[in-house]
Design a protein around this ligand. Structure first.
Ligand code: DX5
Ligand code: ZN
Length: 230
């Protein structure tokens, strides 16, 4: 368990007005240590890890061992995005692996409110993700009690998809109604789309392709920050 470090990590995320959070989905897993060094040198302040099970989404990525391996090599806050059908079975193991914040999807077949409670009891940040087709109103009742809302700007499952602007109104409504919430946006975030999300109230910008498909991660991150006036 890493409750104290998770609390500190969440405070750090709250203190940031706007940060780019790389999604490691598209990184070179044959050179993970080097990738982490490149990201740290690029000045990133947190990492986003996409866990997919081939059931909740039609794609399969990685699980606890990769989170644990990354945890050993960085002190950056780790935000784990679980795109899995039965998160209740695994959240505790992801906490043990070193997650600082765990985000589950509202669209799972399980009772997601109970899984959010389970995450809270484990002492890490509590996140809820909603896909583009899920309205903010559908999850309104839990928003006062969670730390982070992840508004998906693509359907969860794959990197490299086009940004869906349906997310913008959700962000601005959530920002106006829930001052305490960390607002994260994920999917198709690039130089063209990042600023609209910033203007709508997001502070955590998950980025895959617009970093990992670039030669120089530092330049990619700098340009994204410039696009939101950082
Ligand atoms: C999608 C993932 C994202 C995604 C981001 O299911 O949650 O984190 O990989 O990648 P880009 O920036 O390429 O859309
Ligand atoms: Zn993600």
């Amino acid at each position: 368990m890493n409750t104290a470090t998770a609390t500190a990590a969440m405070q750090k995320l709250r203190s940031e007005e706007a940060i780019v959070v790389p999604s490691l989905l598209l990184c070179d897993f044959g050179n993970l240590e080097r990738e982490l060094e490149r990201l740290e040198k690029a000045g990133v302040k947190a990492l986003h890890l996409d866990v997919m099970d081939g059931q909740f989404v039609p794609n399969l990525t990685y699980g606890m061992p990769i989170v644990e391996g990354i945890r050993k090599r960085t002190t950056l806050p780790i935000d784990v995005h679980l795109m899995i059908a039965e998160p209740s079975k695994f959240v505790s193991q992801f906490v043990d692996a070193g997650a600082d914040c765990i985000t589950i999807h509202a669209e799972v077949q399980e009772n997601y409110v109970e899984v959010l409670d389970q995450i809270r009891e484990l002492g890490v940040g509590v996140g809820l993700a909603i896909n583009p087709d899920t309205a903010l109103e559908e999850v309104a009742k839990v928003l006062p009690n969670i730390d982070m809302l992840l508004t998906m700007s693509v359907n969860a499952g794959f990197g490299g998809q086009a940004f869906n602007p349906v997310v913008l109104e959700k962000l601005s409504t959530a920002r106006a109604q829930h001052e305490h919430l960390l607002l994260e946006v994920d999917g198709g975030i690039n130089l063209e789309t990042i600023n609209s999300c910033f203007q709508a109230g997001a502070s955590l910008f998950v980025v895959g392709s617009a970093i990992f498909k670039q030669e120089d991660y530092r330049i990619a991150v700098e340009r994204l920050c410039e696009a939101i006036g950082r």
